[in-house]
Each structure stands twice: as C-alpha cells, then as structure tokens.
Design a protein. Structure first.
Length: 357
C-alpha cells in the first residue's frame, strides 16, 4: 500500500487505525499509544508503528482525539478591530501560528468586539470544549479576561502585562519604555537637546503610557527639559499632523513618536513647512512597520521582537497546560532601535544606518 497524503487507501477509502495496526503487526491499542502515549512503547515498536503511519499517510481524527483526551490541540486567539496597528499584529499572529504549529497545535481565531477587551467569545468556546487555552493581546487597565479565566482554571498567556490590580497568570511583553529610552540616548549622542515626544492621549493606552515614560526617564537622566516637549494625539496621521505643530513651533530638533502612524503625521507637517525629516528635524517612530523602510526618507523606528514574543507565548501556554499549578512566568523582552535616514544631528547631515540594541 503506497503512502497517501490525504489519509486514503489505494482503494479510495480512508486509512483507519485498524489498517495501520494490521500492517504493523500490532494491536489497535499499540497504534493509539504510539500517537498519544509514545513513552509506553518500546523504542523498536514505536519506530515500526510510526514508519507504517508515515507510509500509509494515516492522520488521526481530531474529533476522536478530543473526545478521548479532552484536548483539542487548539489555542484560541481573539482578533480585535485595530486597523492602525494591524501590520504589527499580523506579524505577531504569524509568529504565534508558526510556533504553535511546530508544537503540534493550531490557532483558532475568533472575532472580538470593538471598545476594548471583553469576555465575548471566550465562554462559548469553553462551553464547546473547542480550545485548550487562550493567548490574550491588547491587555490594558480594567481588562476582565485574566481574572475570569484564572477563576475557571483555564490556561492562558498574555501578550502584554497586567497593567492594574494584582498580577495574574503568565505574560510576555515588550519593554516599550526601554525602546523610547534608547531612542533618546541615540539622539543625545548626536547632539540633540530639544527632543520632543508625540504620544497617545494620557491614560488611553497602558502601552502608550509606558513608551512615554521611557522618553521622560531618559530626558531627566540627561537633565533635559520635558515641560512643553510632549504632545498627544489619537493614532491617526491627520490628528498627529496637527498635534505635532506646537512641538515644532517650540524648537524641537527631534521628535520621538509612540507609533509609526504618529511619525507619519510629523512627516506631513514638516513637508508642509518646507522642511524635511532627517535633514531639518530627526524623527523616530515605534513598531518598525513595513511602511517605515519604504518611506522617503526611511523612518528610524523601534522594532519589537515579535517572533520571539510568539515563541514565548506558546512555550508559556503549553507549560501552563502541562502544569496548571506551577508558578507564573513573566517575560519583558527588549526592543531594538533601527536607525535610518530620518535621524540626523541637530545641524542636519546623513546618519549612519545601524541596529542599536
């Protein structure tokens, strides 16, 4: 019997567990053990059964596995309506899916309503036993999901910290404050002293507040003024274009933005004034979106290690599934500053292209 990638025999019917057992000369239970409990078999028996499974193209029924083990091998992830940061979330989701696939799991996507984190969708999936756990993103102040899942003993890991209240569960996050701190350090090394910050509205995003804190911390460390050097905007190019004007009017020679979207607004305002990013004013974004590299001039930006975030989320979640009572693990990963043509000294001039850790 030849191998078939679609789980069918040469006669056109499906390859069954019993057929594999007959071909390997073992019992059906031995084949089941080779799939679900390989440690129970002798190495030579396990190798023989696996070789036959591969030759025949047998694929176990996911439904049957779920009924037998109460494990779906599925991880739930809510897709939130966030078009402004969709490129970043797309990269994270790709990394998450790849890491899950390598571990023998799949990501089950479901829609989350707009208006911030909610429990909608989570209870339905749990009632139907369709997932083994969840990856949460978009965590923020007042997020109800972590406490709700923990109370029910449901494994989860957050891409994002618990920003308020007591710490619950495992999480992986990117140190946004470290990223903007590094941006200030680089600009100071080029001779800048009037470094402004264009961020999101205070309190509207824990992530945005974290990025603002890094800028403020570094400025104070160098004894540089922060009063009158900060502006706020929603994550929109037109809004950012208006919000950055007072900063430029006050003589800012460099602007660090909380996102690449806000940095684009700064680009527009500079051009409206006959000035140029990277020549007259240095501009740094955050997220290193695909747009950053193709802009003219190319936008310097803080890059998040999203591939590592995806891998660590899957690792922590599977560890939680395997050991529900283990101590929570929390990881804060370092971003990196990618320096491009939008960065210059206060007197202008071409920068060096570099990756600053």
């Amino acid at each position: 019997m030849s191998r078939s990638s679609n789980n069918s025999s040469t006669k056109g019917g499906p390859v069954t567990l019993a057929m594999v057992a007959r071909r390997a000369g073992v019992s059906a239970q031995t084949v089941s053990n080779a799939i679900n409990s390989p440690d129970l078999l002798r190495p030579e028996t396990l190798e023989r059964v696996r070789r036959v499974i591969d030759e025949m193209g047998y694929r176990p029924s996911r439904a049957a596995q779920t009924l037998r083990t109460r494990s779906s091998r599925l991880i739930g992830y809510a897709i939130q309506p966030a078009p402004a940061s969709s490129a970043v979330l797309d990269r994270f989701l790709h990394a998450l899916s790849q890491a899950a696939d390598e571990a023998g799991y799949r990501i089950l996507l479901f829609a989350a309503p707009s208006g911030g984190p909610s429990l909608e969708g989570y209870e339905a999936l749990l009632d139907q036993h369709e997932v083994d756990g969840f990856v949460l993103s978009g965590t923020g102040h007042g997020d109800p999901r972590q406490a709700w899942l923990a109370k029910r003993g449901v494994p989860f890991v957050g891409f994002g910290r618990m920003w308020s209240g007591r710490q619950i569960g495992d999480w992986v996050d990117v140190d946004g404050a470290s990223g903007t701190d590094a941006a200030v350090e680089h600009l100071v090394s080029l001779g800048h002293r009037q470094i402004a910050f264009l961020g999101w509205e205070r309190g509207s995003s824990a992530t945005g507040d974290d990025r603002a804190e890094g800028w403020q911390r570094a400025m104070r460390r160098h004894g540089l003024p922060v009063r009158g050097r900060r502006a706020q905007s929603v994550n929109d190019i037109d809004a950012a274009r208006t919000a950055v004007k007072p900063l430029l009017d006050a003589g800012a020679t460099a602007v660090i933005a909380a996102s690449d979207m806000l940095a684009l607004g700064c680009y527009q305002t500079l051009r409206e004034r006959g000035a140029a990013p990277g020549r007259d004013v240095a501009v740094v974004g955050f997220d290193d979106s695909p747009t950053a590299e193709i802009l003219s001039p190319a936008l310097a930006s803080v890059a998040q290690p999203l591939e590592e975030v995806g891998r660590e989320c899957v690792r922590l979640l599977l560890a939680r599934i395997a050991a529900p009572g283990a101590e929570p693990e929390r990881l804060l990963l370092e971003p990196s500053l990618v320096v491009r043509d939008s960065v210059c000294g206060p007197g202008g001039g071409a920068p060096e292209i570099a990756l600053v850790k």
